[in-house]
Design a protein. Structure first.
Length: 318
């Protein structure tokens, strides 16, 4: 028997077709709104700045990491909780929770990009030495210059650290499938600090080693200061420039937020007279790393780094 829709007490076209039309319009409006007005975290909600620093130096947290969190908070919306971890295992554990920001050596940063993080900025040296650092081999002239001392004379070789490309770069370029064995008599030693290779260089000059693969800036500081006299020590560039210290941001953060943060961070230290107290405090703290501020790290730069260091591996250390 045919059914008269007008007898249902509510128009049939509104209950079926009208509902479908209304739902489609609502979805369209929500999509447009998301593009025009990206979602923000609620006021008072905390995001996390995860920092990897094996040095255990409290002064860095006080003078650099906490000021960086406060500076980001002044630009972004909501507070920043700074979480400093000392090793890769702890870093990966916190990373699994999806923090908004990562501050880490470039070797670790490259792996984080494979997990949905995007490069934001990298450390910037003061002019005129404002280029990214290279990996260099510092060698005792009496021992002689050899092409790959980590292979031919591993017990006489120390590497600045195990997490940054300025230290591991020579393997990443030339031995992508065979990372060196660590420590003991059958492999090179590794320094403890990815942001400062001074400990490795002190061990070198005090006679523990004949060769060191380290950050160019750190080596130049020792050579210029007379700690490694030119009559006894030589230096050879081993790699193209590397990003070094990297600040990354979650890919879940809106493009508008990323652009605003990148603009403000890359402007740090360029016009001190116009900067507020939060910016000045952060720039002063960055001096602990011999940095003057940050530079943007764009996608083409990342592609170049991946081509320059195709076999990156961070081992389990330091």
């Amino acid at each position: 028997m045919a059914v008269n829709n007008s007898d249902r007490g509510f128009p049939y076209w509104l209950t079926r077709r009208g509902t479908a039309l209304f739902t489609g319009a609502a979805v369209l409006l929500l999509a447009v709104g998301a593009l025009l007005f990206p979602a923000h975290r609620p006021l008072g909600a905390k995001s996390v700045l995860l920092v990897l620093d094996p040095s255990r130096m409290q002064a860095r947290e006080t003078d650099v990491y906490q000021p960086l969190g406060r500076f980001i908070s002044s630009i972004d919306r909501g507070d920043i909780a700074v979480d400093v971890v000392r090793d890769l295992a702890a870093f990966r554990q916190v990373l699994a929770a999806g923090p908004d920001f990562l501050l880490c050596p470039d070797g670790v940063g490259l792996q984080a990009m494979d997990q949905g993080y995007l490069p934001l900025v990298v450390g910037r040296r003061a002019a005129p030495r404002n280029l990214r650092p290279r990996s260099v081999l510092v060698y005792r002239k009496r021992a002689g210059l050899v092409p790959e001392p980590w292979l031919s004379r591993p017990a006489a070789t120390i590497i600045g650290d195990s997490l940054s490309l300025v230290a591991t770069g020579p393997w990443c370029r030339h031995h992508p499938l065979a990372p060196p064995r660590r420590g003991g008599d059958d492999g090179p030693a590794f320094g403890p600090d990815p942001y400062d290779h001074a400990p490795a260089l002190h061990a070198l000059r005090l006679g523990c080693f004949d060769y060191a693969v380290v950050r160019q800036w750190d080596a130049d500081r020792f050579l210029a200061g007379g700690l490694l006299p030119a009559r006894e020590w030589g230096e050879k560039v081993m790699s193209p420039p590397a990003p070094d210290m990297m600040l990354l941001i979650s890919g879940k953060v809106s493009a508008r937020r990323r652009l605003a943060l990148g603009d403000h961070l890359s402007a740090l230290g360029r016009n001190p007279e116009a900067e507020g107290p939060l910016a000045r405090a952060l720039v002063a703290g960055l001096g602990r790393f011999h940095l003057a501020g940050f530079n943007l790290l764009l996608e083409p730069d990342v592609d170049l780094v991946r081509r320059n260091f195709p076999g990156h591996w961070p081992p389990t250390g330091p």
